[in-house]
Design a protein around this ligand. Structure first.
Ligand SMILES: C[S@@+](CC[C@H](N)C(=O)[O-])C[C@H]1O[C@@H](n2cnc3c(N)ncnc32)[C@H](O)[C@@H]1O
Length: 273
């Protein structure tokens, strides 16, 4: 049974987090893995991108096809401003960005050919509601495509090191409560089936990243707010000490001649109704 996320960050906190991140997001994201796997995009399609952020998925799609209409949705106004600036700058037609909640899509049934959601679903407190909505607005024969971190494996190296460091401080129990805000393959399948998907295909994707030092890797945790969630489990006087020890230990254990090697695992999910 998948966990409910209400105990982690509320919608308001997620919105504030991404409002803060908005300015840098184009610089951070190079590739969009979801689009490496999504194969049925065609000219003339009606496309919805849920939790679009600064519209990275939308703009990448526009590099390859000419949709009839493409709409990006997000909670964060500041992320959407970044996206709207690009639309204005390049005078793009049939591209719209709207503020709304992914759990409540205000479109009529069966309208879109493709509904995408890249690295957004795991932030929704009621993920099944969002998947239900994505399926509802997607036409029969259309496709819902979602990309999320794989909770069972992503950050496995971090967790192993964190648990080892924490046990020196007798804090292993607290640290073992840390849950990455995502799902594993079975949980994802349960969510999509529970939301009424007829067919669900899930691919596990493993990628290797090399960082100059573990600090560069942990800087990514800071960007998505993971450091705060993790540190909230620790007594104040040990927060920084443990974080720094985790960095040194990651450097020591995973150093290669190309840099610190971190494995990241994600799920690419395709669903139809
Ligand atoms: C990691 S970012 C991904 C953004 C974009 N899809 C991309 O690939 O660059 C997660 C996004 O989910 C959005 N988000 C989180 N909860 C949401 C919700 N309930 N409704 C709509 N957007 C949401 C955040 O505001 C943020 O922009």
């Amino acid at each position: 049974m998948y966990i409910n996320r209400e105990d982690m960050l509320s919608k308001k906190q997620v919105m504030e987090l991404y409002d803060r991140l908005a300015k840098n997001r184009f610089a951070i994201i190079g590739r969009v893995p979801l689009l490496d796997y999504l194969s049925n995009l065609k000219d003339g399609s009606k496309i919805l991108d849920v939790a679009t952020g600064t519209g990275v998925v939308v703009f990448k799609i526009l590099e390859t096809v000419v949709p009839k209409v493409i709409i990006g949705f997000d909670l964060s106004v500041k992320e959407l401003i970044e996206a709207k600036n690009v639309v204005k700058e390049f005078n793009l037609e049939n591209v719209h960005f709207l503020r709304s909640d992914g759990e409540n899509l205000g479109f009529r049934d069966n309208f879109f050919d493709v509904v995408t959601c890249n690295a957004g679903l795991h932030w929704m407190p009621h993920k099944e509601k969002c998947v239900k909505e994505m399926l509802r607005v997607c036409r029969k024969g259309g496709l819902v495509a979602v990309y999320i971190p794989d909770r069972s494996l992503d950050h496995a190296q971090f967790m192993q090191v964190a648990l080892d460091v924490a046990s020196k401080y007798n804090l292993k129990n607290q640290v073992s409560k840390f849950k990455h805000p995502s799902y594993n393959k079975d949980e994802a399948e349960e969510i999509f089936k529970g939301a009424g998907a007829k067919e669900v295909r899930i691919r596990q994707i493993r990628r290797e990243f090399y960082y100059k030092t573990a600090i560069d890797y942990l800087a990514e945790w800071k960007r998505w707010g993971g450091d705060k969630i993790f540190k909230s489990l620790l007594p104040p006087k040990y927060k920084e000490q443990i974080w720094n020890e985790i960095a040194s230990e990651l450097n020591r254990r995973y150093q290669t001649n190309k840099g610190v090697k971190i494995i990241s695992t994600s799920l690419y999910i395709e669903a139809t109704k």
